[in-house]
Design a binder for this molecule. Structure first.
Ligand code: SF4
Length: 214
């Protein structure tokens, strides 16, 4: 899959490029996650934003709706963005895999982390989104996204909050909202404080990029 945009001319509008990619994703069978999905979940937001958020993959609610980050984790993500006066419409939001990874447990399907082969199979779509949106800042949400986008040896508790240079793109990772929601007591306070600090730093960079564009 080297030429996702074979049918598109160079310089074509990035919304058209993303729409074509989303169409390809909607019928994709490159990995076994296609077998049990209800909907593919491609991405949402502003394709002209300097800031791309990259999460792990659709869960049960996202699979049901076809939208990224719905349910409790989605509400927390909205609150994190609102802390710096951003909304989902100000950023471009996607995941490293576009179909739900789940496992049968106790008679029902439970979310699981996507496997390395599934992430690899889906990576051309993420690369296509990066090529189309051309973000200047990437915020990875959680370890699988950070390992995929920033560094395969990334350790979220050790490396979150640090800036990385990815060929001129500034990238950082913070905790995934679903991880934050699983914490209790002091751990919850620590995780929230860390995410809040990270989003402040990302917002400062976002502001700097917007000012440079003016
Ligand atoms: S997860 Fe990605 S590669 Fe796998 S079937 Fe879905 S769209 Fe295709």
């Amino acid at each position: 899959m080297d030429s996702l945009f074979d049918s598109l001319e160079e310089g074509e509008d990035r919304q058209e490029r993303l729409a074509e990619l989303a169409r390809q994703v909607s019928v994709c069978t490159r990995c076994d996650l296609a077998l049990n999905r209800t909907n593919t979940v491609f991405g949402t937001g502003d394709p002209y934003s300097p800031l791309m958020l990259v999460g792990e993959g659709p869960g049960e609610n996202e699979d049901a709706t076809g939208l990224p980050f719905v349910g409790r984790a989605g509400k927390l993500l909205d609150d994190i963005l609102a802390a710096v006066r951003l909304t989902r419409q100000d950023v471009y939001l996607t995941n490293i895999v576009k179909c739900r990874a789940a496992v049968q447990e106790g008679g029902r399907m439970k979310n699981r982390q996507p496997r390395a082969g599934e992430i690899k199979a889906c990576n051309p779509y993420l690369q296509g989104q990066l090529d189309a949106v051309k973000p200047e800042i990437i915020l990875c949400l959680g370890s699988p996204a950070a390992k995929t986008v920033i560094d395969r040896d990334f350790k979220i508790t050790r490396d979150r909050g640090k800036w990385y240079d990815l060929d001129g793109i500034k990238a950082m990772a913070t905790f995934h909202p679903a991880y934050v929601l699983r914490q209790r007591g002091e751990d919850l306070d620590m995780a929230k404080r860390a995410v809040w600090k990270d989003i402040q730093n990302v917002y400062a960079e976002y502001q700097r990029v917007l000012e440079a564009r003016e």
